[in-house]
Design a protein around this ligand. Structure first.
Ligand SMILES: C[S@@+](CC[C@H](N)C(=O)[O-])C[C@H]1O[C@@H](n2cnc3c(N)ncnc32)[C@H](O)[C@@H]1O
Length: 215
C-alpha cells in the first residue's frame, strides 16, 4: 500500500501545531461537543489522531482509517502513550475500501479533503457522506476559503505555503482552497455549525458541521 507520508509523516502533528500557533489541533476537536458517549465515529485520514483520541476520551466508539503506515505508526505510539479508555479500531486502508453505509453517527475529515484534486475531492466527500447514519454528522476541519482584501491575502499565503510544502513531499495535489461547506452540502448535508479559528483577527481555519438531510 502506498505510503505518501514516509518522509514527512514524523513531523506532521508538531509542525501543524507550531505553524498554526495551536489553532489546528483546536480546529480538529471543535465539533466533538456534538458527540454523545457510545456513539460511533469514523475519522478519515486520521494522521497522528488528535481527534480520534479525544473522541475515545469522550466515550465514543472510534474507527480510524489511513493509507499511510508512517502516520499510523505515530498514531499507534500515541495510543500506547495516552491510553484512551476505549479501544480504537485502526484500519490501514484506502477510505474507498470502507464500505459501511450509514454506520456512523459522526464522520470526521480533518485536513483530509485538501489532499485531493477537484474531481476526486467531490467523490471522497460523497463517499464519506454515505458512511453517516440518517440524522448523523459530517465534520470537516480545513483551511478557510479566502475572502477579499488583506485577510484574503493572508489566508491565501497560509494555504499556499502549506500546500507547496506538502505537494512537493507527499501525494497531496497543488490546488486552490476548495469550497468545503459546498462539498458538505453536495454530499447531502445541511450546515448546522461553523467554528472559526483566527490568528491576529484573521479567520484561518474552520470546523464545519453538516447534518444529514432526509433523502
Ligand atoms: C494532510 S494529512 C491529515 C492528517 C490528519 N487528519 C490531521 O489533520 O492531522 C492527510 C492524511 O490522509 C491520508 N490519506 C490520503 N489519502 C487517503 C486515502 N485515500 N484513504 C485513507 N487515507 C488517506 C494520508 O495518509 C494522511 O495521513
Amino acid at each position: 500500500m502506498k505510503d505518501g507520508y514516509k518522509l514527512v509523516g514524523f513531523q506532521y502533528e508538531l509542525t501543524g501545531t507550531i505553524y498554526s500557533l495551536g489553532r489546528i489541533p483546536r480546529c480538529k476537536t471543535a465539533m466533538l461537543k456534538y458527540l454523545k458517549p457510545g456513539q460511533k465515529v469514523l475519522v478519515a485520514g486520521v494522521g497522528h489522531g488528535t481527534e480520534a483520541i479525544e473522541a475515545s476520551n469522550l466515550g465514543a466508539d472510534v474507527t480510524a482509517v489511513d493509507l499511510s503506515e508512517t502516520m499510523l505508526k505515530h498514531f499507534r505510539k500515541r495510543i500506547a502513550r495516552e491510553n484512551p479508555p476505549r479501544e480504537i479500531r485502526v484500519v490501514h486502508d484506502d477510505i474507498f475500501n470502507i464500505k459501511e453505509p450509514e454506520q456512523y453517527d459522526m464522520v470526521i475529515s480533518n485536513f483530509f479533503l485538501n489532499v485531493f484534486n477537484e474531481t476526486r475531492v467531490k467523490e471522497v466527500a460523497n463517499h464519506l457522506g454515505t458512511l453517516v447514519k440518517p440524522d448523523g454528522y459530517f465534520v470537516v476541519g480545513e483551511f478557510v476559503l479566502p475572502t477579499s482584501g488583506l485577510p484574503g491575502l493572508i489566508q491565501r499565503l497560509n494555504w499556499y505555503l502549506a500546500i507547496t510544502f506538502y505537494s512537493s513531499t507527499t501525494e497531496a495535489v497543488f490546488h486552490p482552497v476548495w469550497n468545503y461547506p459546498g462539498l458538505v452540502e453536495g454530499a447531502g448535508f445541511g450546515i448546522q455549525d461553523i467554528e472559526y479559528f483566527t490568528i491576529g483577527g484573521v479567520k484561518m481555519y474552520w470546523s464545519i458541521l453538516g447534518k444529514k438531510l432526509p433523502k
